[in-house]
Design a protein around this ligand. Structure first.
Ligand SMILES: Nc1ncnc2c1ncn2[C@@H]1O[C@H](COP(=O)(O)OP(=O)(O)OP(=O)(O)O)[C@@H](O)[C@H]1O
Ligand SMILES: [Mg+2]
Length: 509
């Protein structure tokens, strides 16, 4: 390697926030034409590190070199000038602008002093085509589902023609087809000499895409290894121990049906959905993006209306489109979009954990604040939420730790029927096992769990029964024994009878 190949070098970077040492001496380097993976547990400091390169944060100590020379990156402009483009873990798009406006924000093509809309939309269309996402440049970002948002972010980064492309968990919300598409784009960029920094919690992606891996633990770089390193070795480096069993499902005795969904239909979205979840059971819902899974569970929870059918909890019919009725009946929903629907970002960890219990605890107008604090501390400990304390603002937690708080909130609420929509998105391998163990505890105590997941090994590993949805219908049901990668996928791509269309993109508010 000649020296010219070095794009970036980070030496002994440090960053402290009130009460937290986020980075405590990290070394990292990036070469032309490589994919360098950053690996570490939730809260290890990965996002903080890349924010030093994007100009979002300034380091408290250490050096950053670009092309061998020390540089200061104090703003997004400084970063752009060095040819660095960043795709953040939290989406950075403006909801009320169109897709094209977001892609070219601040650098719209102009003609005679006016924004040249036609050209902007045409250029955006080319980029969107390149990332293979079927979305209009004129669509408002607000209307897009989470996977499409991510693809727009990627199109935006590509438009910058960067020498360094930083991607913070770009695959967390993508389906396997979209991931493949993204990988081929990244491989092309690598062949063109771009240096890519890639963060992921999906270990199988590392060997598939990466060249080198830098492992960060507790804000320190603890090793640099080739991407071909076996997964169990990567896990050991990352969490400091090995994980015996990735999916530790312990089946519980099943009882009566706690949740019964009968012929549920929302015209044009999902049709004739019927299933039960019994006490002690974990039922998985698999399917492709757009199959209508999220739409169904939102309707079950009362967040969206439905047109026909019934939802029963413990045998009694539930009023439709009434979240309060659902919660009073003991249903909880951990939504897929945690930022939008799961958390109050400006409030503390404790307040967020208490959001659901507050209601239950207000017997006779009294809130048991002390009891709430004790319970919040216990659940945060069980889930291993990395934080300065229960008073820390949720906004400043790492992505994975925010997700743990959403889950913890419902675990605390004494929910009988817990619905989880993509529960372990962005969660590190060690913390996943903790969440699975909590699911075991819940079902052992007689709760019913309904889990949507696009992570097929997770559905197969944790479900007692699997429902597969396709095109707004239940295409089939498989027992844990029958459910395999192949049997699930065969149903997921099938065309159920009287299939309907127009499910994709339809989402209530
Ligand atoms: N603005 C902030 N104020 C206070 N603490 C912060 C802030 N930003 C990050 N932290 C803390 O720094 C630590 C590292 O967070 P970071 O987001 O870098 O983790 P991460 O490795 O990206 O984790 P994840 O895999 O969950 O995304 C965490 O303890 C986090 O709470
Ligand atoms: Mg992060």
């Amino acid at each position: 390697m000649s020296n010219d190949d070095e794009l970036l070098r980070i030496e002994g970077i440090r960053k402290t926030f009130p009460g937290v040492v986020a980075l405590d001496g990290v070394d990292f380097d990036l070469r032309r034409g490589e994919v360098h993976v950053l690996l570490g547990e939730n809260g290890a400091g990965k996002s903080t590190l890349i924010k030093m390169l994007s100009g979002a944060y300034r380091p408290d100590g250490g050096r950053i070199l670009a092309g061998g020379e020390e540089v200061r990156i104090h703003s997004a402009q400084d970063s752009a000038q060095l040819g660095i483009a960043t795709i953040y873990q939290e989406f950075n798009l403006v909801p009320d602008l169109t897709v094209a406006e977001n892609i070219f924000l601040g650098r719209q093509p102009r003609r005679l002093g006016m924004i040249d809309r036609k050209r902007m939309e045409a250029d955006a269309a080319v980029l969107l085509e390149r990332v293979g996402v079927n979305v209009s440049p004129r669509a408002r970002v607000r209307e897009l589902g989470i996977a499409r948002l991510q693809m727009v972010e990627i199109a935006k980064a590509l438009s910058l023609d960067a020498r360094v492309l930083i991607m913070d968990e770009p695959t967390a919300v993508l389906t396997s087809e979209e991931v493949e598409k993204l990988f081929s784009i990244v491989r092309q960029l690598r062949a063109d000499g771009v240096g890519v920094v890639f963060i992921t919690h999906h270990l199988e992606e590392i060997a598939a895409l990466g060249d080198r891996v830098t492992v960060i633990r507790d804000g320190k770089s603890v090793g640099q290894v080739p991407a071909s390193t076996p997964e169990d070795e990567l896990v050991r480096l990352m969490v400091g121990r090995s994980i015996e069993q990735q999916y530790p499902r312990e089946r519980a005795d099943t009882g009566a049906a706690l949740l019964s969904v009968e012929g549920l239909t929302r015209d044009g979205v999902f049709h004739d959905i019927s299933f039960e979840v019994r006490a002690g059971e974990v039922v998985g819902i698999a399917g492709l993006v757009g199959a209508g899974r999220t739409e169904v569970v939102r309707a079950v929870f009362g967040a969206d209306p439905y047109d026909h059918g019934a939802v029963k909890v413990g045998g009694s019919a539930l009023r439709g489109h009434d979240v309060n009725a659902a919660m009073t009946a003991g249903i909880g929903l951990v939504p897929e979009d945690r930022k939008g629907q799961g958390l109050v970002l400006d409030q503390s960890v404790e307040e967020n954990l208490g959001l659901v219990t507050m209601r239950a605890a207000t017997h006779g107008g009294l809130v048991d604040l002390k009891g709430q604090r004790v319970a919040a501390a216990r659940i945060a400990e069980q889930l291993g939420v990395r934080m300065a304390g229960l008073g820390q603002q949720v906004r400043t937690l790492s992505g994975g730790n925010q997700q743990k708080v959403v889950i913890g909130k419902w675990l605390l609420a004494d929910t009988n029927v817990l619905i989880l929509d993509e529960p372990t998105r962005g969660i590190d391998v060690g913390a996943k096992v903790e969440i699975y163990q909590l699911i075991n505890e819940l079902t052992a105590a007689g709760a019913a769990v309904l889990m949507i997941s696009s992570d097929l090994p997770e559905v197969l590993g944790m479900s007692d029964r699997v429902l597969v949805m396709a095109q707004g219908r239940i295409a089939g049901e498989l027992s844990a024994e029958q459910a395999t990668q192949d049997s699930v996928m065969a149903l997921a791509v099938s065309t159920p009878t009287q299939a309907t269309t127009a499910v994709e993109g339809h989402r209530g508010h």
